[in-house]
Write a protein that binds this ligand. Structure first.
Ligand code: APR
Length: 242
């Protein structure tokens, strides 16, 4: 049976599907990845822009970086990968997306069951009151932006290097992958933890891993199916066979 037919068989037989997505899913919308060619961390130093220390040192520089990414993301649209995953919510009874992406493109494509592990670029958090709110100003007019309620500094509501993830979100994601019998891992280098550990939990509880990526990753060796190629092209073929 060819790989695609096996992939469809896995999806059809799965009781519960947990999807882990990374920057590779949004790459085809024009959102730069982090570690591949042209990736953000190839052009910018992550430790200068995506850490609490960087924000402490220079909140204006950090906000200028996120304003640049917000402006870029506001100009792109969900691609076929986002659309197919949204459509599969109606085809499969239990499918949940856990995404490392902060661009909100899964939700814009219509996905409802989306867990954002690393936050959302369109949210901000007051550093005094710790209140999270939608912050859609684009482009940002004042640097650094302040809390509309108390006037304190606000920060992007995203997870930076060296920060821990929201414990409730993490516990939910751990439990989801443990209880799923299929982990569908799409467009992630699987180098950032704890996200990269999620599919392992599915495997450990007797489930299967299906990986879609343009190149092999450290997860590939553990994958029951590795489909090499662009996410939208692979998902289109699978979707056509379901
Ligand atoms: N289709 C499928 N996979 C793709 C495509 C594509 N069109 N384009 C790129 N990829 C793959 C790359 O081969 C790579 O494995 O997507 C992956 C992107 O890897 P990264 O750039 O490391 O992004 P990601 O895995 O999401 O990073 C995880 O690291 O910097 C932090 O918080 C940031 O959420 C991010 C986390």
């Amino acid at each position: 049976m060819n790989k695609f037919k096996r992939a469809v068989d896995f999806l059809r037989k799965a009781e519960k599907i947990a999807v882990l997505t990374g920057a590779g899913v949004s790459a085809e919308s024009g959102v730069p990845t982090f570690r591949g060619r042209g990736g953000l961390w190839k052009k910018y130093r992550a430790e200068e822009l995506a850490t609490p220390e960087a924000f402490e040192r220079d909140p204006i520089l950090v906000w200028k970086f996120y304003d640049y990414r917000r402006q870029l993301i506001s100009k792109v649209n969900p691609n076929k990968s986002h659309e197919i995953l949204a459509k599969w919510e109606t085809l499969f009874e239990k499918i949940t997306i856990v995404t490392q992406n902060i661009d909100g493109l899964h939700q814009r494509a219509g996905s409802k069951n989306v867990i954002e592990l690393h936050g959302n670029i369109w949210e901000a958090r007051c550093i005094k009151e710790n209140k999270v709110f939608r912050y859609k100003e684009n482009p940002i007019s004042e640097f650094p932006p302040k809390c509309p309620d108390c006037g304190s500094l606000i920060r992007p509501n995203v997870v930076w290097f060296g920060e821990s993830l929201n414990q409730n979100i993490l516990n939910f994601s751990f439990s989801l992958f443990e209880k799923s019998d299929l982990a569908l891992v799409i467009g992630t280098s699987s180098v950032v933890y704890p996200a990269a550990h999620l599919p392992i939990l599915t495997k450990k509880s007797g489930g299967k891993i299906m990986e879609i990526n343009i190149e092999e990753t450290s997860l590939t060796i553990l994958s029951d199916i590795f489909l090499k190629g662009k996410a939208s092209e692979i998902l289109k073929v699978i979707d056509s066979l379901i």
